[in-house]
Design a protein around this ligand. Structure first.
Ligand SMILES: CC(C)(COP(=O)(O)OP(=O)(O)OC[C@H]1O[C@@H](n2cnc3c(N)ncnc32)[C@H](O)[C@@H]1OP(=O)(O)O)[C@@H](O)C(=O)NCCC(=O)NCCS
Length: 151
């Protein structure tokens, strides 16, 4: 089945929203023995959800949070374990870049897990600064400017 991508403000509580939260939980939280708090999910209502669906199952996702300084923060990038390494991660990041460029963002920044750094380097993201810990594991900030915006 071909994966269909979309970006939108997904209504919290809708079946699409639940499918994306379940993918994030399975890929990003359960392996660390963690889950999302209701407050955490509630704080995301203004973020854009980029997701690829096989039917009604979410198989790839990311969230985009526009920042006051004109950059967009991409977070919660996840691909279904059975589909990792097949190009879906690249596709979801390309969809994020397409959205952010169209929205006039200067660039994209993220807090990348160290294990995912080779993936982001492949997509021309650069490491910015020293490493730090988030959800108990090592991360680095990574950035990529979009388009030709000189700002
Ligand atoms: C990291 C993740 C999003 C990548 O998605 P993916 O679908 O597996 O990656 P893709 O198949 O699209 O790979 C894109 C490119 O990156 C490369 N790549 C991906 N993971 C890599 C790795 N660990 N080391 C080196 N290269 C890697 C691929 O070889 C591919 O290169 P190519 O297009 O030149 O052939 C996915 O593996 C995942 O969900 N991992 C677990 C959760 C996670 O770490 N999320 C990121 C949190 S910051």
């Amino acid at each position: 089945m071909e994966t269909q991508f979309q970006w939108q403000h997904v209504d919290h509580g809708s079946p699409d929203w639940e499918a994306v939260v379940e993918l994030r939980r399975e890929v990003l939280r359960r392996p660390l023995g963690l889950d999302f708090s209701p407050e955490e999910l509630q704080s995301e209502t203004e973020q854009i959800v980029v997701a690829g669906f096989d039917g009604d199952r979410a198989v790839a996702c990311a969230l985009i949070k526009p920042l006051p300084n004109g950059w967009h923060k991409v977070r919660q990038v996840a691909v279904d374990p059975s589909r990792q390494g097949t190009g879906l991660g690249r596709k979801v990041m390309e969809e994020c870049e397409r959205y952010s460029l169209a929205a006039g963002a200067i660039g994209i920044e993220m807090n990348a897990r160290d294990t995912a750094i080779p993936f982001y380097l492949r997509l021309a993201y650069l490491i910015d600064g020293e490493g730090f810990e988030e959800v108990g594991i090592p991360h680095h900030r990574m950035i990529k400017r979009l388009g030709t915006n000189p700002a």
